[in-house]
Design a protein around this ligand. Structure first.
Ligand SMILES: [Zn+2]
Length: 206
């Protein structure tokens, strides 16, 4: 039973991105509304956006390539900006880049395909962060398995409708989420669907 109060609800339409400010102590829920949908996610320290969540630093600080409830989302300054506090799926990626213009041009010969890189930059414009380099993302619900040779096999997400992760803000953060635009590979089950961000008071909220 979730007891906290919802402060803001933001639907991230298929093939688009959205951003939000999450205050220290608030909890951000990222909900897979229809299932099998990856969400590419970046997170900045609102007080100093030079600091951002950094997957390469996360892997070092966590000494792991697996994300677990309780783990911090570590920054390029080796501080956790958020903490994973609930997860109904348990399978995510923090290795792969966001899909971008070149992914569709080089691998599929498409010039005009929507992509997470552009979705995230566009979404971040409202916080003045759209023109800087984009950090590597965490790809919530992305299900890339390793085979016996330690080569990647991209499989459909395990998430079902309503599955979510919950992230506690440890400081004020600006986040952006893209409903991954990849419809030419199994990553989203060949169908792009919306996600939702819910910002709540957190369990201690009143
Ligand atoms: Zn994508």
């Amino acid at each position: 039973m979730r007891t906290e109060r919802i402060l803001e609800e933001i639907v991230v339409p298929a093939y688009e991105g959205r951003s939000a400010l999450v205050r220290k102590g608030q909890v951000l829920y990222i909900v897979d509304m229809e299932g099998k949908q990856v969400g590419d996610f970046v997170c900045f320290n609102a007080a100093d956006p030079q600091e951002h969540v950094s997957p390469v630093h996360m892997r070092a600080s966590l000494s792991s390539i697996r994300l677990k409830v309780g783990d911090g989302l570590y920054s390029n300054r080796r501080q956790p900006l958020m903490q994973l506090v609930a997860d109904t799926v348990g399978k995510h990626d923090f290795f792969f880049p966001a899909c971008d213009y070149y992914r569709y041009k080089v691998d599929f010969g498409l010039e005009e395909h929507p992509n997470c890189h552009d979705n995230l930059r566009k979404a971040l414009r409202s916080y003045g962060l759209g023109e800087r380099g984009l950090p590597d993302p965490i790809n919530w619900f992305m299900n890339n398995a390793l085979d016996e040779n330690l080569d990647y096999v991209i499989e459909e997400p395990l998430s079902r409708p309503g599955d979510y992760v919950a992230l506690l803000a440890l400081t004020d953060v600006v986040v952006a989420l893209s409903a991954c635009s990849q419809d030419l590979a199994p990553v989203n089950g060949y169908k792009v669907t919306p996600l939702m961000m819910q910002i709540t008071t957190g369990s201690s909220g009143s």
